[in-house]
Ligand binder design. Structure first.
Ligand SMILES: [Fe+2]
Ligand SMILES: [Fe+2]
Ligand SMILES: [Fe+2]
Ligand SMILES: [Fe+2]
Length: 400
């Protein structure tokens, strides 16, 4: 079975890779480029591992999420691998990816070893030569290709190949370097060197890479739950936030008489409502004091990213407005659109209340933790202003 049947799974992982690579509002496309190049090499060298290698390419730097600086900016600086967080990212990422349905078990070991180098100078284990799985070696050389391309923008493949030659038998094997030259010379370079072309190449790869074999009936909902954990892991003090918001939202939805299918959609939207926060620097999210205007503007970008990401996922498209409008206010003074009461979808009005409830009842550095009863009183004060009064009414059921 080819990927279109599992298009949404591909798209969801592709969206995570996109948001991990957003910096200062710009898409860096590091993970996408690594994935497309690695998949081409896999087709040539280990076709039976294409799927695992493609997904490992997309998520290889997941464990670096939250570093102050994207890895592409420090990876070619000698000594960068001595930073503890850098050394830990292969292991961290591999542990999270292992939980993914379908591809997790095969992709995780490749991610763990994507900084093991041919001469044994890599990390975390210092594996050497053929001890390193070929799939991991493929991610490594694809990773280096993207780094050199960034350092030599606008250059031809020949120029980049010359630079990459210096690391042969150190970072990667001569055979693999030869294989990379072959795929690049056969048109891959033009497909991946430019961001717009890369978008097309990614679309094509998503359509042709063999689908993972899923054991579970509903791999999307398992993946969405894992995403909620990943989103919350970005933030020091929001562990479990997305899960709790989803649980509150479902209780409120039930009280408001939503049908089971609507409740399911509401739950998925609530699990993903802060997806866009992955693009907000951790230093801002974790700042203990009040945010300045620039920082506040960055935080306020997150619903827009959530919208952009969900819109790209075929089976989750219709969740985008529910998930992404959770900071709109009933009185029209919210963001990003300043919509009013009935203009805001009911699901988003429910998530707004669920989000506020969790924020008030969790410990945060800038405010005392409230009990549910205290939080409910705040909701009542804000009914008709920040929140939909009917949803606030429904929240009474949570006190029982
Ligand atoms: Fe890495
Ligand atoms: Fe990387
Ligand atoms: Fe939010
Ligand atoms: Fe939230």
């Amino acid at each position: 079975m080819a990927c279109p049947a599992n298009r949404s799974f591909c798209e969801l992982i592709g969206a995570l890779a996109t948001v991990l690579d957003i910096e200062e509002g710009r898409k860096l496309y590091h993970a996408w480029r690594v994935a497309v190049v690695a998949e081409k090499l896999a087709q040539m060298l280990v076709p039976e591992e294409r799927t695992a290698i493609f997904y490992a390419g997309l998520l290889h730097d997941l464990g670096a999420m939250g570093l102050d600086d994207h890895l592409v900016h420090r990876a070619l600086i000698p000594g960068h691998e001595n930073d503890r967080e850098v050394r830990e990212h292969p292991d961290k990422g591999s542990k999270l990816v292992a939980l993914l349905p379908g591809v997790g078990a095969a992709a995780a070991p490749l991610i763990r070893d994507h900084h093991e180098y041919w001469d044994g100078s890599g990390y975390p284990q210092g594996k050497k030569g053929p001890e390193i799985p070929l799939g991991a070696q493929i991610i490594t050389i694809s990773d280096f290709f993207d780094l050199y391309l960034r350092h030599l923008p606008g250059n031809s493949w020949d120029k980049i190949a010359q630079k990459m030659q210096k690391e042969v038998n150190k970072k990667y094997s001569a055979d693999l370097s030869q294989a990379l030259s072959e795929v690049m010379a056969h048109g891959l370079f033009e497909q991946v060197a430019d961001d717009a072309e890369l978008e097309k190449a990614m679309d094509e790869t998503m359509g042709t890479v063999p689908a993972p074999e899923f054991n579970e009936k509903d791999p999307m909902s398992k993946t969405i739950r894992l995403f909620a954990q990943i989103i919350d892991a970005k933030h020091a003090y929001t562990g479990g936030h997305s899960q709790r918001v989803a649980a509150f939202a479902v209780s409120l939805g039930k009280e408001l008489g939503l049908e089971p299918a609507e409740l399911q959609r509401l739950e998925a939207a609530a699990l993903l409502h802060d997806f866009g926060k992955i693009a907000v620097p951790r230093a801002i999210l974790d700042k203990p004091g009040p945010l300045n205007d620039v920082e506040m503007a960055r935080v306020r970008e997150h619903p827009g990213y959530t919208q952009m990401l969900l819109q790209k996922i075929t089976s989750l498209k219709d969740l985008a407005p529910i998930a992404a409008l959770h900071h709109e206010r009933y009185d029209g003074r919210g963001y990003p659109k300043g919509l009013k009461n009935g203009q805001i979808p009911l699901g988003a009005r429910i998530i707004a209340v669920a989000d506020a409830l969790d924020a008030m009842t969790s410990a945060r550095p800038y405010q005392p933790r409230r009990t549910l009863v205290e939080a409910y009183r705040v909701l009542q004060k804000e009914a008709g202003k920040q929140f939909d009064p009917e949803v606030v009414d429904a929240a009474r059921t949570l006190l029982a």
